[in-house]
Design a protein around this ligand. Structure first.
Ligand SMILES: [Zn+2]
Length: 338
């Protein structure tokens, strides 16, 4: 513990020293961004709302479209037009939902009108439509492709890092405040691979800005995304919590089977979540957990004990486990495995 503390302290001192020496380079320069006019956006169908406040976080998405091999600027512009058409014609939105788009070829494109102009000033926030509940506090970035199993191309990754650094700098956002869509919704977005690289993204963005973030801080506690075929203590805890709210047909056996997914769908329907898809992510977890003492009788107490038994940090039996504690306990099995 003390050795680790000393090591981290030493790194922090080294980073601070580097920061002093290289202050003039510790800066997120504005990346090349193809604005709406340049890629041929349609006019927005209604006034784009602009809020008199700064966003406080960045949300990373993937477009869940094919991992195309056409890396040209033209392909990037077609992508931006395709998303805008989809959002306006199918979703009925006034414009593209995301603030920025990055193509597989590494082209950064403005999404919703005014996003670039407002970012350059760094005082206000264009209201997006990329994640309900986050649209006036988070900048949304769509990354072209599907990153459930594949890695994003290096050129896309580098532009994502540079764009995030510029956004963090313009708005004074801490690089640790970079999230994935799944942190707030029951969705696989931005894909397991890209989501798994968010700690690296936070670290690299901090580096561009001349800051240092420890591995532990960069890893961040997060609600796990659970789906069919997942196994382990988090699944077991979820099953106990579903039983707690009356889904007694769910077997508490630590395997996320079809019956568990059906129960999650019923739970999502009752709570009117955005998605009814049988996945437990950042929207359902906060609705599912409840304050409980680890020594308590009943299913919620069993859920806590399932996590504690799996090696999460021990807690006194009488201390109340609140929402933040639940998130910490649930993210622990993942971080132990990683
Ligand atoms: Zn998304």
């Amino acid at each position: 513990m003390s050795r680790r503390g000393l090591l981290l302290g030493g790194l922090a001192v080294a980073a601070a020293a580097t920061g002093v020496a290289g202050t003039s380079n510790a800066w997120g320069a504005e990346p090349d961004v193809i604005d709406c006019d340049a890629w041929g956006a349609r006019p927005n169908s209604d006034v784009v709302p602009v809020w008199n406040q700064r966003p406080v976080k960045i949300l990373v998405h993937h477009t869940a479209t094919p991992n195309v091999t056409d890396l040209s600027r033209g392909a990037g512009e077609r992508l931006a037009r395709g998303i805008q058409n989809f959002h306006m014609d199918q979703r009925g939105w006034l414009d593209s939902g995301q603030h920025f788009t990055i193509s597989r070829g590494g082209y950064v494109l403005e999404g919703r009108h005014r996003s670039l102009e407002v970012l350059r000033i760094g005082e206000r926030q264009v209201e997006g439509a990329h994640c309900t509940g986050q649209n006036v506090v988070a900048v949304g970035i769509e990354n072209e492709g599907t990153y459930t199993a594949a890695d994003p191309p290096a050129v896309l990754w580098n532009r994502l890092r540079d764009l995030c650094a510029y956004i963090c700098q313009q708005y004074g956002i801490d690089p640790t405040e970079i999230f994935g869509h799944r942190d707030f919704k029951d969705t696989a977005c931005p894909g397991d691979v890209l989501y798994g690289r968010l700690p690296q993204l936070r670290t690299e963005v901090a580096g561009v800005l001349g800051q240092h973030v420890s591995r532990r801080i960069a890893a961040k506690e997060s609600w796990p995304l659970l789906r069919v075929a997942d196994r382990g203590p988090a699944v077991l805890a979820a099953q106990h919590l579903l039983r707690e709210v009356g889904m007694t047909g769910v077997a508490a056996d630590g395997t996320f089977d079809r019956r568990t997914a059906d129960a999650v769908r019923r739970f999502q329907t009752v709570h009117r979540t955005e998605e009814v898809n049988g996945m437990i992510g950042g929207e359902s977890w906060p609705l599912l957990v409840r304050p409980v003492r680890p020594g308590a009788d009943g299913e919620a107490g069993r859920a806590v004990r399932a996590l504690l038994a799996s090696g999460a940090p021990a807690r006194p039996a009488e201390s109340l486990v609140g929402a933040e504690d639940w998130r910490r306990l649930l993210s622990a099995p993942t971080s132990l495995a990683g």
